[in-house]
Design a protein around this ligand. Structure first.
Ligand SMILES: NC(=O)c1ccc[n+]([C@@H]2O[C@H](COP(=O)([O-])OP(=O)(O)OC[C@H]3O[C@@H](n4cnc5c(N)ncnc54)[C@H](OP(=O)(O)O)[C@@H]3O)[C@@H](O)[C@H]2O)c1
Length: 208
């Protein structure tokens, strides 16, 4: 599911082109790590953000992102994005929402595309944060589109056709965060909301 989500959001919704600038939030998660690798294979400039230095290193050294930063250490997200995208962002793969989305809207290029995949920062709030910079969608003619991967299962064969040769050639890699035992599943789930996972969190119910 994370792989197909990455494929659909990036290729189907964003129509990426070689040389474009791509920004991914929650980039070390199950979805983001694949979006970044797809974008690099296409020849894009790719920057990801994540919530720890360990994840930042992973993005740069294992997944081959051009740049990565720890958003928790940035007092001003707008300034951080301007540092990595002085000419603006062509494609934003949205996994976080909230303040990050607001800052991204200020930094999109004309005719940019945003794939809204997730909004992790908003899931546990009683009242969702407001977004102030939506007018940029109009002024910059940016297209923002949400999606549910369940509406794209028919693309699963196409996704496998694209991704399997790259995996076999070692051009795409994947990090999973394995938790052993169903009894540990509740804590593992809660841990997702504090960024405890590095890569896609998977519960191993039994190895027999
Ligand atoms: N549209 C769809 O059909 C579809 C399909 C699959 C997934 N999704 C969504 O896509 C997003 C990415 O999925 P995934 O499997 O790659 O995610 P994931 O790795 O399971 O996401 C967990 C990560 O989210 C970040 N996070 C958690 N709470 C946060 C908060 N309050 N503020 C900012 N970041 C927070 C943390 O990363 P950091 O340490 O980097 O902060 C955490 O490690 C999720 O929002 C998921 O719900 C949507």
């Amino acid at each position: 599911m994370p792989g197909l989500s990455a494929y659909v959001g990036f290729f189907e919704l964003c129509s990426p082109k070689k040389g474009e600038s791509v920004y991914i939030s929650t980039a070390a998660g199950g979805v983001g790590q694949l979006v970044g690798q797809f974008a690099k294979l296409l020849g894009c400039y790719v920057v990801g953000s994540a919530g720890s230095q360990e994840k930042v290193e992973l993005l740069k050294n294992k997944f081959g992102f051009d740049e990565a930063f720890n958003y928790k250490e940035e007092a001003d997200l707008d300034a951080a994005l301007k540092r990595y995208f002085p000419e603006g962002i062509d494609i934003y793969f949205e996994n976080v929402g909230g303040k990050m989305l607001d800052a991204v809207l200020l930094n999109m290029k004309s005719c940019g595309r945003i794939a809204a995949c997730g909004m992790s920062s908003q899931y546990n709030l009683e009242q969702h944060e407001g977004i102030h910079n939506l007018m940029n969608l109009i002024l910059k003619q940016v297209r923002m589109e949400g999606f549910l991967v369940s509406s794209y299962y028919h693309l699963y064969p196409k996704f496998l056709e694209t991704v399997l040769p790259h995996i076999k050639q070692g051009k795409i890699t994947y990090v999973e965060d394995i938790v052993e035992g169903l009894e540990n599943a509740p804590a593992a789930l809660v841990g997702l909301f504090s960024g405890h996972n590095v890569g896609k969190r998977v519960i191993v119910v039994s190895r027999e």
